[in-house]
Design a protein around this ligand. Sequence first.
Ligand code: FES
Length: 118
Amino acid sequence: MKHEITFRPSGKKAEVSRGTTVLAASFRAGVHIPTRCGGKMGCLMCKIEVDEAAKAQLSPPSEQEQRKLGSLVHQGVRLACQSKIEGTVAVTIPEDKLKAAIRKQLEAARRQDRDDLW
Ligand code: FES
């Protein structure tokens, strides 16, 4: 049985078989999720954000994943390499911290430019 997964914020989608990990589905969708360990729960770089609706469509976190994520697991964070798709689902890939910092600086500079014009 196939299920659709949507990756936010890009909106890219993939259809995958039940039990496919979110990380594997991201490859099919052409979405980049950082990874260094190749899905072995060693790097913790593949964090995704899931809301309540998404939680119901993913496999529950294992004890090991819960231990690795600590309190983050209660804040809607999962590891893409450990989250298996069990139904149609949408997940969010958090913005890279460096990109977020650069975006904030650019936005501040644009605001400053606008203020200088007036
Ligand atoms: S890919 Fe390394 S922990 Fe998920």
